[in-house]
Design a protein around this ligand. Structure first.
Ligand SMILES: NC(=O)c1ccc[n+]([C@@H]2O[C@H](COP(=O)([O-])OP(=O)(O)OC[C@H]3O[C@@H](n4cnc5c(N)ncnc54)[C@H](OP(=O)(O)O)[C@@H]3O)[C@@H](O)[C@H]2O)c1
Length: 326
């Protein structure tokens, strides 16, 4: 089968090459999925650079999530051959992948395979972050950083679905369009320093209840300043590259919470919660709250170009690879 492989450690997107490798053999534990679409995720970029927390020895197949049809289902897995599914599994940039039933979810009829490949990492994370870690309540206001990106567009839709008012922080007019299209109520431009003042102005000087931050870096301190008394800052990622530090007196003064969000690590040990989050996300799809934003579809062999789009900060919504036709 065709797969996108890394044969050297840490070379980055340019070293991601298409190769023929053996297809997986059926076993008693994992599903085998015929992959139709693979999601291009920030962790894939970090994996290609050797900067992710997991550092597989090369050669290895890139990819972490996708959507397709079940080709083999062990007894008791809860799935049947032919089921349309979205899955989380390393090695998703391939025509077939082995996926754990625990991290495989039925693909709602409302979504095509590209939308399915955009569903798990971003939407499951957004729900876990806002609901479980951020305790977001209907009527509260959320500021989403990197709002036109994969996590950002998902967070906008999940927060709106939970009844929140959403302010989207983006770096360009094009990204503002994407965030508004995803459902944001207001836009602030994060390129300069004005976004903080504008966020305060949009909240009558009080600040927001929750900031969801997948970007990190220099804006972190202003994220704290953007919070109302009792606000929660959700630490989701560091797309800008640097890991910020905070003096904790800032948290004491205004009863501020800085909350870590590690969706993958958490649900890996809590199968019940992984399943419940999947059901809730699918119910939000059925209600029309969630419709993944697909920014670009690349041909399978152009995986390196897809990864570079994320690296160059040019991606909007979710970038996906067309792996095969249904
Ligand atoms: N904690 C978890 O469980 C979890 C789950 C999923 C993802 N993540 C992490 O969340 C982060 C974002 O992932 P994503 O899929 O949303 O990525 P993405 O689609 O590429 O979006 C990231 C956004 O960050 C902003 N950004 C600022 N500086 C950047 C830079 N130097 N390079 C790239 N982007 C920059 C960009 O928005 P502007 O240009 O508008 O500023 C961009 O739209 C990653 O670090 C990822 O590993 C964490």
């Amino acid at each position: 089968m065709r797969a996108i492989r890394m044969n050297v450690a840490g070379g980055g997107p340019d070293d991601a090459v298409e190769e023929e490798i053996a297809a997986p053999e059926p076993n008693d534990h994992g599903l085998i999925v015929d992959v139709r679409s693979a999601g291009v995720s920030f962790p894939d970029l970090l994996l290609s650079k050797g900067e992710y927390q997991i550092k597989p020895d090369p050669p290895f197949t890139l990819g972490s999530e996708g959507a397709g049809r079940v080709a083999h289902a062990p007894e008791g897995s809860g799935f049947a051959v032919g089921d349309r599914v979205a899955f989380l599994s390393l090695g998703a940039y391939a025509e077939q992948v082995v996926a754990a039933p625990l991290m495989t979810f039925r693909l709602p009829d409302e979504l095509d395979y590209h939308e399915g490949a955009a569903l798990i990492i971003n939407y499951h994370t957004a729900l876990f972050a806002l609901r479980d870690r951020g305790q977001l309540k209907s009527g509260e206001t959320v500021l989403v950083q990197g709002a036109a990106g994969g996590v950002g567009t998902a967070a906008i839709q999940v927060a709106k679905g939970m009844g929140a008012h959403v302010i989207a922080a983006v770096s360009s007019d094009e990204k503002a369009e994407v965030a508004l299209e995803a459902g944001a109520d207001e836009i602030v431009f994060s390129g300069g320093d004005e976004w903080l003042g504008r966020t305060k102005a949009l909240t009558d000087g009080k600040g927001v209840d929750v900031v969801l931050d997948p970007v990190g870096g220099k804006r972190f301190l202003d994220n704290l300043r953007a919070l109302d008394e009792g606000g929660r800052l959700l630490v989701v990622g560091f797309a800008e590259g640097s890991i910020p530090e905070v003096k904790v007196n800032r948290l004491l003064l205004r009863n501020t919470s800085v909350v870590g969000v590690a969706w993958g690590a958490f649900v890996g040990t809590r199968p019940d919660l992984a399943h419940e989050i999947g059901e809730t996300v699918n119910a939000m799809v059925a209600r029309g709250d969630i419709k993944p934003v697909i920014g670009r579809v690349f041909n399978f062999e152009d995986a390196a170009a897809a990864l570079k789009l994320l690296d160059e900060r040019k991606a909007t919504g979710k970038v996906v690879l067309q792996v095969s036709e249904d």
